[in-house]
Each structure stands twice: as structure tokens, then as C-alpha cells.
Design a binder for this molecule. Structure first.
Ligand code: HEC
Length: 245
């Protein structure tokens, strides 16, 4: 066996398989052994919260009908939005799995072929250590683009129209339409629709740089903070002015 070329290739093949298993499975497993798995509630971040509240204003009637109304007290409203947002993310993921979106969309930016130029930062193991990645949704086919950095890349309205009738926005798209995510029109997403929209906008929202990979200046949250700061400074200078007078 060792005298033939095929014998050598066979042994080499086994060796490389064992080596890949060690480096790609055993080492990461040992590295992240102590990293706790994040729950859905822990996955709610300011970026997705912003998108979720934006949906409440964008589709007020549909939102109220399917998720209710926030309490008036701001602190209670904050907790309420967090809770509903987590609920929507979980439900959205369930529909993403149920509708087989993962047949056509991967959720893994690989460190090869300049994928990071096309889709954003290369995926890291840690990003998959959470409840919404059970089972993991890496996907094995890419009929459509990778979605792991989809959040913030397009507006919620764009996604709503696209889910309602993909060919309206992408004329030759083979992606199926999902009219059952809506109450008859693209601007009337129902509970599932709102959930899937939330899930799509969540993808990649955990990155600090979100979503710099699309030439956006800043994330909406950063922009809000900037505006608030500006307003504060203006107030200060005005107060100073009136004090001088
Ligand atoms: C039959 C394969 C297929 C299935 C199933 C599918 N898609 Fe797609 N999807 C595509 C293709 C191809 C594109 C690119 C063309 C286009 O924009 O429609 C796409 C594009 C998209 C985009 C836009 C990406 C971008 O920024 O350009 C999103 C978001 C998306 N799909 C989400 C979904 C969701 C959510 C589901 C499940 C409810 C789903 N897809 C199911 C094939 C599919």
C-alpha cells in the first residue's frame, strides 16, 4: 500500500481530515467551552431596538394589533419594547426556518474569496453562541446572498415589499413571494411578517461597526446620540447667552 501513489494519497487524505477536524471542531470547542450561550433576551441590542420601534411607527395599526401598545411610563415602555422585540426575533427565526429561507441563504461570511468586501466582516465563532442559532443556520447553498450582515443594509419598507413580491424590486428574482406574511398589502405585515422583518434587521446588528460595511456614515443609534448631543450643546450656549444678557 505504501508503495503506490494512491496509498500515499489515501493516508494523506486521512491525515488532512483529522487535522481539519482538530482545527475546525475540537480547538474552537475547547476555546469557547466556557462562553455561556446567550438567550434571546440578551440578544436585543440598541440597533435592533431602534428598528423595532421604527416598525411600531411605520405600521402603527398592524403593530398595535399584533404586539399591543407600550405602557405610558417610559421605563416600563423600555422593558416592554425589549420583551416584544425578543419575542419578534424568536418568532421571526422560527418562520425563517419554517419557510426554508436557509435553503437559499447562508449566514456565514467566509474568510476566502474576498467575501468580506461583498458582505461585511468575516463571521466569528462567538456570533453563533446563542439561542437563535440552535440549530445553526450557516446554510450550505447560496441561491441568494448571505444574510448574516443584512440588518441595516436596506430599509424595513424595502424588505416588506421584497417579501411581498420579490420581482417588484428584483425583476428576475427566483425568490418566492410570501403573501402570508401580510394582511393583503406590502404595508400591512402581520405578526409573522413583523417578526421576520425584525429577524432580518437583527442579522449583524450586534457588530459594533453596524452597518459600516455599506458606506453608511453611522448606525442610527450613533446618529441619534449625535443629534441629542448637538441639541444639548445648543441649549447650553443659549443658556450662556441669556445669562450674559
Ligand atoms: C428559492 C430560493 C430563495 C428562498 C427560498 C428565499 N430567498 Fe431570499 N433571495 C433569493 C435570491 C436569489 C435573492 C436575490 C434576488 C432578490 O433580491 O430577490 C434573494 C434576496 C433576499 C434578500 C435581499 C438581500 C439583499 O440585500 O440583496 C433578503 C433579505 C432575503 N432574500 C430574505 C429571504 C427570506 C427572509 C426568505 C424566507 C422567508 C427567503 N429570502 C427565501 C432566493 C431565495
Amino acid at each position: 500500500m505504501f508503495e503506490s501513489k494512491s496509498g500515499i494519497f489515501f493516508i494523506a487524505g486521512l491525515f488532512f481530515f483529522a487535522f481539519a477536524f482538530l482545527s475546525n471542531a475540537v480547538v474552537p470547542m475547547l476555546m469557547y467551552r466556557d462562553l455561556p450561550e446567550k438567550t434571546v433576551a440578551e440578544l436585543v441590542n440598541p440597533n435592533i431596538r431602534y428598528q423595532f420601534e421604527d416598525m411600531a411607527q411605520r405600521y402603527p395599526q398592524q403593530f398595535k394589533k399584533h404586539y399591543g401598545e407600550p405602557p405610558e411610563d417610559p421605563q416600563q415602555a423600555d422593558a416592554w419594547y425589549n420583551e416584544k422585540c425578543a419575542e419578534a426575533m424568536k418568532l421571526g427565526r422560527d418562520w425563517y426556518v419554517g419557510e426554508g429561507c436557509w435553503h437559499c441563504h447562508s449566514q456565514f461570511v467566509r474568510p476566502v474569496s474576498n467575501e468580506s468586501l461583498r458582505w461585511g466582516p468575516v463571521s466569528e465563532s462567538e456570533e453563533y453562541q446563542n439561542e437563535l442559532q440552535r440549530p445553526v443556520l450557516f446554510g450550505t447553498r447560496r441561491v441568494g446572498p448571505d444574510l448574516s450582515r443584512e440588518g441595516g443594509r436596506r430599509s424595513t419598507d424595502w424588505h416588506a415589499v421584497h417579501l411581498f413580491a420579490p420581482t417588484d424590486l428584483s425583476p428576475d428574482s427566483p425568490m418566492p413571494a410570501y403573501p402570508w406574511f401580510f394582511d393583503g398589502a406590502a404595508d400591512k405585515p402581520n405578526k409573522r411578517g413583523l417578526a421576520v422583518l425584525t429577524y432580518i434587521q437583527w442579522l449583524g446588528s450586534w457588530l459594533e461597526s453596524y452597518p459600516y460595511y455599506e458606506d453608511y456614515d453611522e448606525s442610527p443609534v450613533a446618529k441619534l446620540e449625535q443629534l441629542e448631543q448637538q441639541a444639548e450643546e445648543e441649549e447650553k450656549t443659549e443658556a450662556e447667552k441669556s445669562a450674559e444678557e
